[in-house]
Design a binder for this molecule. Structure first.
Ligand SMILES: Cc1cc2nc3c(=O)[nH]c(=O)nc-3n(C[C@H](O)[C@H](O)[C@H](O)COP(=O)(O)OP(=O)(O)OC[C@H]3O[C@@H](n4cnc5c(N)ncnc54)[C@H](O)[C@@H]3O)c2cc1C
Length: 522
């Protein structure tokens, strides 16, 4: 007999299997010998009162569970059909894996370097403040996902099979616990190995991955996608093209516009990153000043509505660091990440305000690029205000949260995880009014709801401008193709169809399915 139960355990006992069996036997009034197996399906930390884990389990009484095989056999591709994939982030990686499952050869072009070589360029950003426009926190093998935080939580459950994506990560080396955690997390120290393993699966099955290969043009003929131009020199042909270039590949978006591919402006969000001491967030979330050693670094997820627009925390990184995520010299963009242990003394989170079309009116003549223009304006301003140099420089503008609310420049700044360094800037003055006012009112509101959140120790760091793409590349709902060009599939975050690792991966799979359908009907 199989029974599904919710078992509640204290954090100290979370890894004690016998505790699960004992509790199940008590609840079901069966002896522990009769409990043959307890399989955890989901677990979540409930910190509303004294923190406990809620664990959803399948309990097998006098019966053994049947073996479950979640491993996908990737078999070398024999077909001559090939799909060009532009960009090797989560969208591109999962499109390539899915094409192999479908027996079609993926040919991937990635402007950046492989995960190993990419590390050097990340060091150059952190230490020497030099941004390589083809190899940075957003560009390179694994895309923005590789040196990201690796949180795998998504709301896009209707768009595809989230569990399959998690199982594929596990198959390539991720900790199996990601399949049971309510808020799964991999960590930026573990992601590169997983990305490399995915690359090996693709190559072993006959796929190709070309690094240092920036797509600079598309070959369209008679309304059909035929191929790409790499680094302005070489041409490659394919049976269709998936474009999964992420939210920072502005050159590709401009190129598509030049080639008369329909683009639409879409709402997005912008603001700052807020950083607190992790101990303070633990204290607020776990309602204790005491020992929280058996508990993970606490996270939060807050939102409110100010003057009819959303202000919310975004991509919260407990025990993490703030990273410089610019993709060009002369701009400052911040984001966050954490290692799998989440053990840095800081907690950071995006703190962003929704941006709608009416907020970008001053760039109206650049439509559909008005949102991009606003992003660029703030990223450049952040650079100029925080750095003395004309080109290199990754210091970020910052202000204590309490000073931001009072409208005064911070005389000093607290310690921060942001390695390039912070410069005190009156962010309340320099951010556009709707962002500044949204953040101010939301800080006051959250400060009441989470006592201590609006504290002298909290620092705002600018700017968090790339939460998602401000543009969508139009595609047909059924075929997923651009209405202008047959066989052209805008995909993932850059296409405007994803907002994170898992949703981009799901969209990659969906575009691969659609490309396979298109090719078979050709
Ligand atoms: C620091 C950081 C932390 C993050 N943390 C999280 C998190 O915890 N959880 C989460 O869900 N999301 C997180 N994200 C967001 C997440 O990484 C993205 O949503 C996701 O990677 C989008 O996937 P994608 O494949 O659509 O695009 P991307 O991952 O952006 O990949 C696009 C790829 O295309 C390549 N490319 C661009 N232009 C060209 C061209 N012309 N020719 C060839 N190649 C090109 C780029 O080099 C890049 O590798 C984070 C992002 C950052 C930067």
């Amino acid at each position: 007999m199989k029974r599904q139960l919710e078992i509640i355990l204290s954090p100290e006992k979370i890894n004690d299997k016998s505790e699960l069996i004992n509790t199940a036997s008590k609840i079901l009034k069966k002896s522990t010998d009769e409990i043959k197996s307890v399989i955890v399906k989901k677990r979540s930390l409930d910190a509303r009162k004294s923190p406990v884990y809620r664990i959803l389990c399948d309990v097998y009484v006098n019966e053994n569970p049947s073996a479950e095989n979640k491993i996908i056999s990737y078999i070398p591709v024999k077909s001559k059909k090939k799909v060009i994939i532009v960009g090797f982030g989560p969208g591109g990686m999962f499109a390539a894996l899915r094409l192999i499952e479908l027996g079609i050869r993926p040919i991937v072009f990635e402007r950046g370097k492989d995960v190993q070589a990419r590390r050097k360029d990340l060091r150059a950003i952190q230490q020497f403040h030099k941004v390589n426009p083809n190899s940075n926190y957003c560009f390179g093998e694994g895309g923005a996902g590789t040196y990201s935080d690796g949180k795998l939580y998504t709301r896009s459950t209707k768009r595809g099979d989230v569990n399959k994506i998690l199982d594929i990560f596990v198959q390539h080396g991720a900790n199996p616990e990601i399949t049971i955690d309510a808020h799964p997390h991999i960590g930026s120290n573990k992601l590169p190995k997983i990305v490399k393993a995915i690359r090996e699966t693709i190559i072993n099955c006959g796929g190709e991955i070309h690094f240092d290969s920036c797509i600079t043009d598309f070959k369209f003929k008679n309304g059909k996608a035929e191929g790409v131009v790499v680094n302005d020199t070489e041409e490659f042909e394919g049976d269709s093209i998936i474009i999964s270039t992420g939210h920072s590949a502005r050159d590709i978006i401009f190129l598509l516009h030049k080639k008369n591919i329909q683009l639409e402006q879409k709402p997005f969000a912008m603001g700052v990153r807020i950083e607190h001491p992790q101990a303070l967030i633990n204290e607020i979330q776990y309602h204790t000043k005491g020992n929280t050693e058996s508990l993970p670094a606490a996270s939060y997820n807050i939102s409110c509505n100010i003057d009819n627009r959303g202000v919310y925390s975004f991509c919260m990184c407990p025990g993490g660091i703030i990273v410089p995520a610019a993709t060009s010299p002369g701009e400052v963009v911040v984001n966050g990440m954490s290692l799998s242990r989440r053990d840095s003394p800081f907690a950071n989170s995006g703190f962003v305000v929704t941006v709608s079309e009416s907020d970008t009116k001053k760039f109206e003549q650049h439509n559909p690029f008005s949102g991009v223009m606003l992003q660029q304006e703030l990223e450049k301003l952040s650079f100029e205000l925080a750095n003395n140099s004309t080109e290199d420089g990754q210091k970020a503008p910052a202000q204590r949260a309490t000073d931001f609310v009072k409208g005064k420049l911070s005389a000093t700044l607290p310690k921060s995880s942001y390695i390039p360094g912070l410069t005190s800037v009156p962010l309340h003055e320099v951010l556009p009014n709707f962002i500044s006012s949204g953040i101010k009112q939301a800080l006051l509101y959250f400060g009441k709801r989470m006592k201590g959140y609006l504290s002298d120790e909290a620092v705002l760091v600018g700017v968090e401008s790339r939460t998602s793409s401000p543009i969508r590349v139009t595609r047909d709902k059924e075929s997923l193709m651009s209405p202008q060009i047959e066989g052209l599939f805008p995909c993932g975050e850059g296409g405007g169809y994803a907002g994170g690792i898992v949703s981009a991966a799901i969209d990659g799979e969906n575009c691969a399915n659609a490309a396979a359908k298109y090719i078979s009907a050709k």
